[in-house]
Design a protein around this ligand. Structure first.
Ligand SMILES: NC(=O)c1ccc[n+]([C@@H]2O[C@H](COP(=O)([O-])OP(=O)(O)OC[C@H]3O[C@@H](n4cnc5c(N)ncnc54)[C@H](OP(=O)(O)O)[C@@H]3O)[C@@H](O)[C@H]2O)c1
Length: 231
């Protein structure tokens, strides 16, 4: 893959930070977003990528992230829509306001940012968009009304964009990871070698991006081989 210009949302920790590191290791230019300044600073120090404090649910912040990408790199070739979180509650007890907020980040924020990036890609007739969905967006589960539906929406949106953007040379890839041992949802300290790490998802993303441009992998899931095995 030639040197390319990446914008990665939620690159301050977890899967996003692993993608920032993998892209930098492969020699690419990277701008990433996050909300916690100290985490942004740490990823910047470690990888040499440029971090922008920006909430994907705030349109002005998305504009700033795109402006920073233009200023630092002259444009965006690869957009990784990774920022996201889960709100979990049983139906009958669900706070619809919290569900709306979940959709602001996971769905509307992703759409707003992509809406700002696609014209640049169309102009050049080239680009890659990687959307992070989840296996929760393939099969619903208990307490998953908000999160599962948001990821199901990401899969549907990805399919729409694939049809719209293929004629423009823009590939849209939707990735559905199973459980990944990040600090997601406040779960810290998981370190089971049989379960997925953020680096596994970063490796999958870099593989799909390095495929010949004529090849599009529209959607795939990533599971651990044997996550039930202890130690
Ligand atoms: N971990 C899993 O098991 C798993 C499985 C399937 C799919 N996924 C999906 O993969 C993506 C990354 O998950 P992860 O496990 O890496 O989560 P994580 O460790 O909690 O990291 C989430 C990242 O997204 C950022 N973020 C969250 N909300 C944001 C917002 N509104 N604006 C900008 N940045 C925001 C966070 O930034 P700050 O910390 O700086 O706020 C952080 O950098 C998510 O979309 C998640 O739904 C995760």
């Amino acid at each position: 893959m030639n040197t390319r210009r990446f914008l990665i949302t939620g690159g301050s920790q977890g899967i996003g930070a692993a993608v920032v590191a993998a892209a930098r290791q492969s020699g690419h230019e990277v701008v990433f977003t996050g909300r916690q300044q100290e985490l942004i600073d740490e990823v910047e120090r470690r990888t040499g990528a440029h971090g922008v404090r920006a909430d994907v649910g705030v349109p002005e912040d998305n504009e700033s992230a795109v402006a920073a990408s233009r200023e630092r790199m002259g444009g965006i070739d690869v957009l990784v829509n990774n920022a996201g979180y889960g709100y979990f509650a049983a139906i009958g007890e669900l706070d619809v306001g919290k569900m709306r907020a979940n959709f602001e980040t996971n769905v509307f924020g992703l759409v707003d940012l992509t809406n700002r990036v696609v014209p640049m890609m169309k102009e050049r007739g080239d680009g890659d968009i990687v959307n992070l969905a989840s296996t929760s967006g393939i099969k619903g589960h208990k307490n998953g009304t908000s999160y599962s539906a948001s990821k199901w929406a990401v899969r549907g949106i990805s399919q729409c964009w694939q049809e719209e953007l293929r004629p423009h040379g823009i590939r849209v890839v939707c990735i559905c990871p199973s459980e990944v041992q990040t600090n997601w949802g406040g779960k810290t300290g998981r370190d089971n070698p049989n379960k997925l790490y953020a680096t596994d998802i970063a490796q999958a993303i870099m593989s799909v991006l390095s495929a010949e441009r004529r090849a599009l992998w529209p959607e795939f899931a990533v599971f651990a081989t044997n996550p039930w095995k202890e130690g």
